[in-house]
Design a protein around this ligand. Structure first.
Ligand SMILES: [Zn+2]
Length: 271
């Protein structure tokens, strides 16, 4: 599943090249998670003035409103000058004077939705419950501590919800908790303020590392899972059940929390 770093790397892969491009055509494939919400033809002749990201959504600003895009479970976006004829999993093409932006999504949980602005209409509804951005200065120890205190669930489950902070997907939540030395089963309202500060810093450094790795694979970037794949090969606990912890030599464990696999080191991570 594409996580925040992959979505940001995807954005960086085409945002400069598409800026200022005029839309010359729109091609729709099979239905995605939500309908487009406008006549495809109404997008033609509009200019793409920029691409921003909020959580795992991308927002393409047009002259009148914009397009909110999500990669779902299996989606990827590619921008190129002369794309091949659309295949069976290519469900949206935005053809512009600078090239074609194509959404490929075998499982079709992704979406392209028109909205009058990023903070009204369909976009506002979809973005309403997102937590703070991890690189926003507002996301600090005090913010995280306050938000965790209002919940009484396992800290890892609280992070995965995305309502406190966006971007801490499964692999990144596991790694950040390892970095911070916090047992993922710890009840969220029992985490002290200093530990919350350490966890906030770990979430940021974990995501920074994933972004750097994703950026380094940008040149031949066609697969939005590239960043996660590169990151996973360097993970300390994620996917390493039964292996020796590289810090303490103990055995890394796998448990299931809220239906998701959690990996952690019982030696390094304390309640
Ligand atoms: Zn350990």
């Amino acid at each position: 599943m594409p996580e925040l770093p992959e979505v940001e790397v995807t954005r960086l892969s085409f945002s400069e090249r598409i800026r200022g491009a005029r839309v010359t055509g729109v091609r729709i494939g099979k239905p995605l998670r939500w309908p487009l919400g406008c006549e495809p033809q109404s997008l033609v002749e509009q200019t793409v003035s920029g691409v921003t990201r909020r959580g795992k959504y991308l927002w393409l600003t047009l002259d009148r409103g914009g397009l909110l895009m999500h990669l779902g479970m299996s989606g990827s976006l590619a921008f190129g000058a002369a794309p091949e004829a659309p295949g069976p999993h290519d469900h949206f093409d935005l053809v512009t004077g600078h090239g074609t932006l194509r959404l490929t999504d075998p499982r079709r949980f992704g979406a392209v939705v028109w909205s009058a602005s990023a903070d009204s209409g369909a976009a506002a509804r979809l973005l309403a419950n997102l937590g703070v951005e991890p690189f926003d200065p507002a996301f600090d120890g005090a913010h995280l501590h306050g938000a965790l205190r209002r919940r009484r669930i396992a800290v890892k489950t609280a992070l995965l919800g995305g309502e406190i902070v966006v971007g801490a997907g499964n692999i990144y939540a596991c790694e950040a908790l390892f970095e911070a030395g916090i047992d993922p089963r710890t009840r969220s309202d029992r985490i002290s303020r200093p530990r919350a500060a350490r966890l906030a810093a770990s979430i940021r450094s974990t995501l920074s590392r994933a972004l750097e790795l994703g950026g380094s694979t940008l040149r031949n970037f066609r697969d939005s899972h590239g960043a996660a794949g590169a990151f996973q090969s360097q993970a300390h606990v994620y996917g390493r059940a039964g292996e020796a912890c590289e810090r303490c030599g103990g055995t890394i464990r796998r448990i299931v929390q809220g239906g998701r696999a959690t990996f952690f080191c019982p030696g390094c991570q304390k309640r």
